[in-house]
Design a protein around this ligand. Structure first.
Ligand code: C2E
Ligand code: CA
Ligand code: CA
Length: 836
């Protein structure tokens, strides 16, 4: 009763079976032709027409049931055959069945192989049913209804069994479905069919008993009955299908992509009774496959599937077709054609899946971005270490919940001269170094420690659960020792010094105070020349930590809180002002005047140095212009940070400012301090040479301290040496200091350089210096650093009625012999004065 119809192609394994059926049916046909009875013309036409149309209608009217790849039809062919056998001899029925199926299959445009199989199989079924009928006395001699029913029932049973026997193996083979499963599938539909058909058969027989002509009524009757049933079946299947589709699309409403895919695969396999469902996500390059139970594959595109047969692909696109997520593929082990309803369902499903996938992807992206944000917000992008914010949060957390956790301490680590590495070797090299520093600190830190980069070349390590405060120093030592070995930057070995400041968690003030204390300790370390210092409250005089930590520097630059005082440089002999040194001050809105030594390093590290230096230079040049306009053409000396010299743009910016203020270059003196890192750097040499060549005068500040100042002197000829205040202070008590001053003066004489003594506080010092041959000096003896206007007023007033001088001359003017000028190395307005 189940007639199987395969849509396209034929499995080669089926050919022998089909062949056998055809051969046997051929034999039956031949025997039937030989036994054809003779009818009257009218009767013959009636019988043949009725039988053939009965079979044709019976074959055509069927309920479709798709089992995996194949559509299976529960038809009325057997019923038609049995009815035929009631009214006509077996031979006629066998041949009429052949014709009827031939007509029906032709009208249905089935492929030839299916036509042949259909014809042969049904002729066989007719033969078998006819033979079974012959076993009984047929037609029955008595009109007892039981005598009629029993043979017919047996014949019907034989027909159904034979049909199943021939058909089921063919379907099983074609769809790769187990026979058991096939037998159980749709058993309810098939049982209903099997029960209704005998009723139709009996009904027909009763009708025919009244009049054979009424046989012609049977096909329309069967058809309407069939339509009734199939409509019922269809609406039921339809309803179920929609319910399942609705449930499935509902189930897709989950946020996790993995869940969406798993649900989609298993549900689609169920919904379309596919052997395998595959979802390909184009963007992710990901494919998932599976069956009704589980996923069988989840990986990159390209892995071949194990399910061979028909594939029904659907694009996963939105309703508007603008988005293309990927593909959904249904795979069947055999060829398949979906019904219109199924195709529609498939597209609805695909579109729901597309939406679900996009939602899940959007959700995943959202989650990823949120996580990335959380990470970025807490971490330093370059080194991956915790950032300042994260350190503060973690630290505060630690400080507020310190039950039995031991002691918390912070080590602040600052790389000395890192900016020079950055400026000389490039930012890439600088970045590399920072990453290596981070790596070493991470390796040297304990599991409990939190290593952070606070910005620039500043790192911090939060030490947690220390057994005793003293351990902090030991740990800090280990951390700094890790930076001792030179770093390998692009094959170059570069050493960096680092300073460390340690602070143990304060009772109050939280992380901000801890950080400030560590910062103060670090400055103490730098100041004292030690590698590490531990915070000592006694030495915490500077609030500079608070100022710089508060991020006040940008505001200070923007609000022009940095101003300049000027300290005159005086001819020691005459007391005349020969120059003025610009000294920076921070006029802090709440802290008042702050001395440069308390903020300079912070400025240098802040990245605001260029802005700061420009502001100071500007004010210095403005002041020099004012004095000149007032008749005092004194050069102005400006201190230059070593870090400014590493900035290749620095010389250009200085020259531009000079032009802007319309001041001749020799009215500007740049005071340089030599440092270890400053030596032997091409960028410094080139910059200084350029400034010198432009006519700007250069002075070596703090001469005699620090590293070999002579090395810079040998490469960049400067115009002036400034003897450090410490030697002047000590010259009367320490012979060593006096010796250094003497040799500096000798050097100046032989190189034709001006020499200025700093920190001249007393008249005795002035005289002693003068006697050693030092002609210029500055210090509190003459004036403290003054505002530009105050200095101008002092110049105008003059000392002893001599405008332009701030002290009485050491001797009578006549006693001073002015030496001829040197080879252009001397500063204008300043000469070497020698005692007579
Ligand atoms: P410096 O260049 O050696 O400046 C001389 C310092 O000695 C000044 O300190 C000055 O006020 C102080 N001083 C002058 N005469 C006497 C004296 O008779 N006795 C004593 N005890 N001190 C005296 P100040 O202004 O605090 O400047 C300190 C340092 O800050 C300067 O040392 C200089 O290296 C640096 N500096 C000042 N202004 C600037 C600037 O604008 N840029 C840069 N890069 N550095 C600056
Ligand atoms: Ca100076
Ligand atoms: Ca100095």
């Amino acid at each position: 009763m189940a007639l199987q119809e395969r849509q396209t192609g034929t499995d080669r394994r089926l050919l022998p079976l089909i062949g056998l059926v055809v051969v046997v049916a051929g034999l039956a046909a031949a025997v039937s032709v030989a036994h054809l009875p003779s009818y009257g013309a009218v009767n013959a036409t009636l019988t043949w027409t009725a039988l053939i149309s009965l079979v044709a209608v019976g074959f055509t009217a069927k309920v479709r049931v798709r089992i995996r790849a194949s559509n299976h039809y529960i038809a009325w062919t057997e019923t038609a055959i049995i009815i035929g056998l009631v009214v006509a001899p077996t031979s006629v029925v066998v041949l009429a069945t052949g014709f009827g199926v031939a007509i029906a299959t032709t009208l249905a445009r089935l492929p030839p192989i299916k036509r042949v199989f259909g014809i042969a199989k049904n002729m066989l079924v007719a033969t078998a049913a006819g033979l079974v009928l012959q076993l009984f006395t047929w037609p029955p001699t008595d009109s007892d209804i039981a005598a009629t029913i029993a043979p017919l029932a047996a014949a019907y049973l034989a027909a159904v069994l034979l049909d199943e026997l021939v058909t089921l193996p063919v379907i099983a083979m074609a769809t790769g479905t187990s026979l058991r499963r096939l037998f159980l599938d749709n058993w309810d539909v098939r049982l209903t069919a099997a029960l209704t058909r005998p009723i139709v058969i009996v009904g027909t027989i009763l009708i025919v008993k009244i009049d054979t002509w009424l046989l012609l009524v049977v096909p329309p009757l069967v058809l309407s009955l069939h339509l009734l049933n199939s409509n019922r079946v269809r609406s039921r299947t339809e309803q179920q299908a929609w319910q399942r589709l609705a449930q499935t699309t509902d189930a897709l409403n989950v946020v996790e992509l993995d869940d969406v895919l798993t649900t989609a695969v298993t549900r689609a396999a169920e919904l379309f009774s596919a052997d395998e469902v595959e979802i390909e996500l184009r963007e992710d390059g990901r494919v998932v496959r599976g069956s009704t139970e589980t996923l069988t594959y989840d990986g990159p595109i390209g892995e071949p599937t194990e399910v061979h047969g028909a594939t029904v692909p659907v694009r996963l696109e939105g309703h508007d077709k603008t988005v293309d997520v990927g593909m959904l593929r249904l795979r069947f082990r055999g060829p398949v054609r979906l019904s219109e309803r199924e195709r529609y369902t498939l597209h609805t499903f695909a579109s729901a899946l597309c939406t679900a996938v996009r939602n899940a992807q959007a959700y995943a992206e959202l989650a990823r971005v949120a996580q990335a944000h959380a990470h970025a917000a807490a971490h330093d992008a370059l080194t991956g270490l915790a950032n300042r914010r994260h350190l503060l949060e973690e630290g505060n957390e630690q400080l507020h919940h310190r039950h039995a956790d031991g002691i918390t301490a912070l080590v602040l680590i600052d790389l000395n001269h890192f900016k020079e590495v950055n400026d000389t070797l490039g930012h890439a090299a600088g970045d590399q170094m920072l990453m290596q520093v981070a790596e070493r600190l991470r390796a040297a830190a304990r599991a409990d420690d939190l290593v952070a980069r606070l910005g620039g070349d500043e790192f911090a390590v939060l030490l947690r659960a220390l057994p005793a405060p003293a351990v902090a120093a030991h740990r800090a030592d280990t951390l700094l020792a890790a930076l001792h070995e030179p770093f390998d930057i692009d094959g170059m070995r570069i050493s960096v010094e680092a300073s460390g400041g340690i602070a143990v968690a304060p009772a109050t003030g939280g992380m901000v105070e801890l950080l400030r204390r560590a910062d103060v300790a670090m400055y103490q370390a730098k100041r004292s020349g030690n590698r590490i210092a531990t915070y000592a409250p006694a030495r915490d005089t500077a609030d500079i930590g608070r100022l710089t930590l508060g991020g006040e520097l940008p505001r200070a630059v923007a609000d022009q809180e940095f101003t300049v005082n000027f300290q005159p440089i005086v001819d020691l002999g005459t007391g005349e002002v020969i120059a003025a040194e610009a000294l920076a001050r921070w006029r802090h809105p709440t802290h008042g005047m702050i001395d440069p030594l308390r903020f300079l390093e912070a400025v240098e590290r802040s990245g605001l140095l260029p802005a700061f230096a420009e502001a100071i230079l500007d004010q210095a040049l403005v002041a020099a212009g004012t004095w000149r306009d007032a008749g005092f053409d004194v050069p102005v000396a400006v201190n230059v940070s070593p870090r400014s010299l590493l900035d290749a743009r620095f010389p250009g910016s200085v020259l531009a400012r000079l032009r802007a203020h319309d001041l001749p270059p020799d009215r500007l003196v740049l005071e340089l301090t030599e440092t270890l890192t400053l030596s032997q750097l091409d960028v410094v040499d080139q910059g200084l040479t350029r400034l010198r060549d432009a006519g700007i005068r250069l002075a070596l500040d703090d001469f005699g301290t620090g590293y070999s100042s002579l090395s810079l002197l040998s490469r960049i000829p400067v115009h002036e040496l400034k003897i450090d205040r410490s030697f002047v202070t000590a010259m009367e008590s320490a012979t060593e200091a006096a010796a250094i001053i003497r040799s500096t003066l000798d050097l100046g004489r032989s190189l034709n350089l001006a020499v200025v003594a700093e920190g001249v506080e007393r008249e005795a010092q002035r005289r002693a210096l003068w006697e050693l041959g030092c002609t210029a000096g500055q210090g509190h003896l003459f004036a403290r650093p003054l505002a530009a206007g105050t200095l101008l007023a002092a110049l105008q007033r003059g000392a002893g009625g001599r405008p332009g001088s701030l002290a009485a001359p050491l001797h009578d003017a006549g006693a001073v012999v002015r030496l001829p000028k040197g080879k252009g190395r001397r500063q204008g307005g300043r000469g070497h004065h020698r005692p007579a």
